[in-house]
Design a protein. Structure first.
Length: 227
């Protein structure tokens, strides 16, 4: 249902007043995001970018007019721009490059793309970690000790987080616990607008853990070869 609000004299509607409507409108356009080749960037990231953009442009909404058509155009344009920026700007523009008898070596379009944008495409669409060894060198990769590095990180995380937050961190990333399990452990209450327990609080908790981990990686020599 399209919301048409009569603006009260002397009052402005804030982004927070329509956060649930905005969340629903973004979710409705999820089908437009098909860029699954970019492994590290999913629709959850797209949602956050779009909502931040809407918040920044909030002053441009004519509050005497319906909200949903306005945010609908923004959401659609943002998804299109993100697809373009993460893939479209780098893909090979040659219409024939996938044909079996096409010679990339003698094609000026392919030649130009390989010199200018091929590297950008490979950076935007990296190999999965499972295929890295096989596809890149076909050799065992010994320069990074994952277990040792995670162990060092966890020691630092434990020293910087409260005991309750560290337990929640372990539940989220190292135990088979759901966000609802973590919300119950933290004692978060059910939001009247949400069916999931403590949904927003857990999201904020994950952001906090991410920032702490980033700070640790900047300050400490965490990543090593196990030596």
């Amino acid at each position: 249902m399209i919301l048409l609000m009569k603006r009260k004299k002397g009052s402005d509607y804030k982004y927070e007043d329509f956060s649930e409507v905005i969340d629903e409108a973004v979710s409705k356009q999820q089908y437009k995001w098909r860029l699954y080749a970019v492994k590290w960037f999913d629709f959850e990231d797209v949602q956050q970018i779009i909502k931040i953009h809407i918040a920044k442009k909030w002053h441009m909404w004519d509050q005497t007019r319906p909200l949903e058509p306005w945010i609908g155009r923004i959401i659609s344009n943002q998804i299109r721009n993100l697809v373009r920026n993460h893939y479209g700007n780098y893909v090979n523009p040659c219409p024939d490059y996938q044909l079996p008898n096409h010679s990339a070596a003698h094609c000026p379009i392919c030649s130009k793309w390989e010199k200018s944008k091929k590297a950008g495409l490979e950076l935007k669409i990296p190999l999965s970690t499972e295929d890295f060894i096989k596809e890149v060198s076909n050799k065992e990769y010994l320069d990074f000790d994952f277990s040792s590095s995670v162990g060092k990180l966890n020691i630092e995380m434990e020293s910087r987080l409260s005991s309750t937050h560290y337990k929640a961190y372990q539940m989220l990333y190292f135990e088979s616990s759901s966000e609802e399990d973590v919300a119950k452990f933290m004692g978060y209450k059910i939001s009247p607008q949400k069916k999931k327990l403590g949904y927003r609080q857990v999201k904020n908790l994950k952001k906090k853990f991410l920032q702490v981990a980033i700070d640790i990686l900047k300050d400490q020599d965490i990543i090593g070869d196990g030596s």
